[in-house]
Design a protein around this ligand. Structure first.
Ligand SMILES: [Zn+2]
Length: 671
C-alpha cells in the first residue's frame, strides 16, 4: 500500500498551496467586498476561500503563507486590447506625425520589412515582462505571427487571448487574405484547449477588411467557440467614411457582417453613437477603449460613463506600445477615472471603483472571461496581484471608509508598486522579481532588432528614394534627358504649330492641360527634389479626373550641347495617393515652391526619334512665358548626341531665337 503523508494526525486543517494573509483584500466581486486584513486561499490554481485571516489560518495549512501586510490583494489586471510585439517599435516615430503618416509612412513600411516570427516573439516577451511587472495577468492581443505571441505568453505564464490578424492587403505573415485565414485556422487548431491561451482570429477593422473577411472570421470563431477581436469606430473620420461607403457606422457594419453573432471584443469605440451602444449591449459586445492611445493619436475620448450607464460590457486596454508608449494598466485606469470628469465638468462621474473595475471585473466581462477571472471569488482562477500601499507616494493612509482603498489604487498607486503576481496560483513576479523571464536577455534581443530598424530609418531619412519606395507604387525610372527651353513670342507659337504639321514630323499625341506642381526642395541638393503634380486635362474627350503623381528627381547637368542640356535624371514616379499635407509631413522639405502652368503638349516622331514639345504659360508668375520646351529621353551617350542635334534642327526650322534659351528650370526662374 502506498504511504499517505500525514504531517500531523491531530491537525485537521486542509492542506492547500498558498495562503495570502494580512493584506487589504479588494475582491471586485458583485458586492465590492473589501476585507481590511483579510486572507485569500489558493489551491491547484483556483481560489478556494476568501475571509478573515484568523478564520482561514484555522481552516487551512498552506505550503506557503505569504505576508501581505501593507499591501492590497487584488484580482490580476486585464489589458483588453494590445499589439504586444509592437513594443519593439516603441518610441520609433516622433509625435508630430498625423495618424496616416504614422501608419502608412512608418508603421507599415517598417512592419513589412522587419516583422518576422523572431520579431513577434521578442516583442511579446518584452511586453509580457512589462505587463507582469505592472500587475497585468491577462491580455488580449492581435498581431502577425500570433503563434509567437502565444508562445511568449505561455513561457511568461500569463493568460491571453491571441488573435491572428487578417486584413485585405498583404501582411508580414500572409500574402493574401486567404493565406491569413488559413494561418488563423491552423493557429487556432494548434493552440485550442491550452489552459491559459485562447487562440483566435482578429479581422483588423472594417476599413482594412471586406464583408467576406468578417463573415468567414465569424464563422471560424463560431466553429471553434472563440471570441472575435476587431477595431471599431476609433476615429471620427473612420465613422464618416463608413457612413459614406456602407451607409452604417463601423459598429453597425460589424453587426451587419456577423461580427456580433459570436462573442466580440471591439477595441476603441471612441465614436460610438447612442444607437451603437444599444446595439452592442443587445449583443453582449465587449468594448475596450484605450485612453492613452486614443489621446496620443488624437482619436478622441471614449464615452466611458455612457458605456457604463447603458450597461455595455466595458474593459480597458493599452493598445500597441507604438501609440501609447507603455503597457501600464495603472496609467490607463488613472486616465479612465480622470477623462470623464474633465470632459463633463462633473467630478462625481466615473468614481475610482468604477475605473478600477474596467481593468478587473468589468474588463473580464468585456473579454468574455468573467466566469474565470476579474474578481477574487471562490472558484475563480487564482490570478492575484499584491500591490504595496506603504509607499512614499501612497502615504499616509485613511481607512475610515472602504471606498478609500479605491482612491489610493486609482490616483496614487503606480505599476512599480506591484510586488507579487500569481496566475493560476503560480508566482510569476515575487518581491518585484520576474521568475519566468530573463529581462536583461530580452532587452538585449529587443535592442538588436531596434538597431536594425534604426539603421533602416536613418538611411531612409537621407534617401528620398527609399522614402518613396516605402510608401509603394513606384513605376518607372529614366536615365538621361535632353532638353531645351526657350522664351518665345506669340508669333513664334504660330510658326511652331505650323512646323509641327510638316510632312516629315508625325504627331502621335496632342493634349492641353493644367498642371499644378508642388516642389519639395532640400538644403542638401544631392538628395534630389520631390514634385507632386496634379494634372488636369482640358482637351475635349479627355479623362475628367485630375491625375496625381509624385516624382523624385535626382538630377544634375551632365553637359551642354550648343542648344540643349543633357541632364542625368534618375526619375521615379508613383501615383500620389495621399494629400500634399501627408507628403509634407512625411518628407519634411526645407523649402516648397508651387508652379501652376497651362501646357499644350505634342508627342512627335522626328527622324524616328520621339520628342515631347510643350508650349507652357506659367500662371501667376512674374515670368509667365510663353515658353517652348523640347524634351527627349535618351538611353545612352550617342543616342543623346543624336537627339541633341535633332533638337537644334527643330529650333532652327521653327525660327526660335537661340539667344532666348533658358537654362533654368521653372522653379529656378526669378520671381
Ligand atoms: Zn489596436
Amino acid at each position: 500500500m502506498p504511504e499517505v503523508l500525514q504531517p500531523d494526525h491531530h491537525d485537521h486543517r486542509e492542506p492547500i498551496d498558498l495562503l495570502l494573509i494580512d493584506g487589504t483584500v479588494v475582491t471586485m466581486d458583485a458586492t465590492y467586498r473589501v476585507l481590511p486584513a483579510g486572507a485569500v486561499a489558493v489551491h491547484q490554481g483556483v481560489i478556494v476561500a476568501i475571509g478573515e485571516r484568523d478564520e482561514l489560518l484555522a481552516r487551512y495549512i498552506a505550503t506557503e503563507v505569504l505576508d501581505c501586510s501593507g499591501c492590497a490583494v487584488l484580482p490580476g489586471l486585464i489589458n483588453g486590447h494590445a499589439h504586444v510585439p509592437m513594443s519593439l517599435l516603441r518610441g520609433m516615430v516622433a509625435d508630430y506625425q498625423q495618424l496616416d503618416v504614422w501608419l502608412l509612412g512608418y508603421m507599415f513600411p517598417v512592419e513589412s520589412q522587419f516583422v518576422t516570427p523572431e520579431f513577434s516573439h521578442v516583442g511579446a516577451l518584452l511586453s509580457c515582462a512589462e505587463m507582469l511587472r505592472g500587475g497585468t495577468t491577462t491580455f488580449v492581443d492581435m498581431y502577425y505571427f500570433e503563434e509567437e505571441v502565444a508562445r511568449a505568453a505561455d513561457i511568461a505564464g500569463m493568460r491571453a487571448i491571441c488573435g491572428q490578424t487578417v486584413l485585405r492587403m498583404p501582411t508580414p505573415d500572409a500574402l493574401s487574405y486567404d493565406d491569413g485565414l488559413e494561418r488563423a485556422r491552423a493557429f487556432i487548431e494548434a493552440w485550442l484547449g491550452h489552459p491559459r491561451i485562447t487562440p483566435t482570429i482578429a479581422p483588423h477593422a472594417p476599413y482594412t477588411c471586406t464583408d467576406q473577411i468578417y463573415i468567414e472570421a465569424a464563422a471560424l470563431c463560431a466553429h471553434f467557440n472563440v471570441p472575435l477581436i476587431t477595431h471599431l469606430s476609433e476615429t471620427a473620420r473612420e465613422v464618416q467614411e463608413s457612413r459614406n461607403l456602407n451607409a452604417a457606422t463601423p459598429i453597425g457594419y460589424a453587426h451587419r457582417v456577423g461580427a456580433f453573432d459570436v462573442p466580440c471584443i471591439a477595441a476603441h469605440c471612441v465614436h460610438a453613437t447612442e444607437d451603437d451602444l444599444l446595439l452592442m449591449r443587445a449583443h453582449g459586445v465587449g468594448v475596450v477603449p484605450c485612453p492613452s492611445s486614443n489621446l496620443k493619436l488624437a482619436s478622441g475620448i471614449a464615452p466611458y460613463q455612457r458605456l457604463l450607464d447603458v450597461g455595455v460590457r466595458t474593459g480597458l486596454g493599452t493598445d500597441g506600445p507604438a501609440s501609447n508608449d507603455d503597457q501600464d494598466m495603472f496609467t490607463e485606469i488613472h486616465l479612465a477615472a480622470m477623462l470623464p470628469k474633465g470632459l463633463t465638468g462633473d467630478p462625481t462621474v466615473m468614481p475610482a471603483r468604477d475605473a478600477l473595475s474596467l481593468a478587473t471585473n468589468r474588463g473580464a466581462e468585456a473579454i468574455h472571461m468573467a466566469h474565470q477571472i476579474g474578481s477574487l471569488e471562490v472558484g475563480k482562477r487564482a490570478d492575484v496581484i499584491v500591490v504595496r500601499l506603504d509607499t512614499l507616494h501612497g502615504a499616509p493612509r485613511y481607512t475610515y471608509s472602504p471606498e478609500t482603498i479605491y482612491s489610493q489604487l486609482v490616483y496614487s498607486t503606480r505599476s512599480a508598486d506591484v510586488r507579487d503576481v500569481f496566475v493560476d496560483g503560480v508566482g510569476l513576479l515575487r518581491n518585484h522579481e520576474l521568475l519566468t523571464l530573463d529581462v536583461p536577455e530580452i532587452m538585449q534581443r529587443a535592442q538588436q532588432i531596434a538597431d536594425q530598424i534604426n539603421i533602416f530609418l536613418a538611411g531612409r531619412e537621407e534617401n528620398l528614394l527609399d522614402k518613396i519606395l516605402a510608401i509603394g507604387g513606384v513605376r518607372q525610372a529614366e536615365i538621361f534627358e535632353i532638353q531645351v527651353k526657350a522664351q518665345i513670342s506669340e508669333a513664334d507659337i504660330a510658326r511652331i504649330e505650323a512646323g509641327l504639321h510638316a510632312p516629315d514630323i508625325s504627331i502621335t499625341k496632342a493634349s492641353e492641360r493644367m498642371q499644378y506642381d508642388t516642389y519639395f526642395l532640400f538644403h542638401k541638393r544631392e538628395r534630389g527634389r520631390i514634385r507632386i503634380r496634379e494634372d488636369r486635362r482640358l482637351d475635349p474627350g479627355a479623362r475628367l479626373d485630375s491625375k496625381y503623381t509624385i516624382t523624385l528627381m535626382e538630377d544634375g547637368s551632365l553637359g551642354d550641347y550648343p542648344f540643349a542640356l543633357l541632364l542625368s535624371r534618375a526619375r521615379y514616379t508613383a501615383p500620389a495617393e495621399h494629400s500634399t499635407r501627408f507628403y509634407r509631413e512625411y518628407f519634411h522639405p526645407d523649402q516648397e515652391i508651387e508652379i501652376e502652368k497651362y501646357r499644350r503638349r505634342w508627342r512627335i516622331l522626328y527622324q524616328n526619334k520621339d520628342f515631347a514639345v510643350n508650349i507652357d504659360r506659367l500662371v501667376g508668375h512674374p515670368q509667365p512665358g510663353p515658353f517652348l520646351e523640347i524634351k527627349s529621353r535618351a538611353w545612352g551617350r550617342r543616342d543623346a548626341d543624336e537627339r541633341a542635334a535633332l533638337i537644334g534642327e527643330m529650333l532652327q526650322r521653327w525660327g526660335v531665337d537661340t539667344d532666348n534659351l533658358v537654362k533654368q528650370e521653372y522653379i529656378e526662374l526669378e520671381r
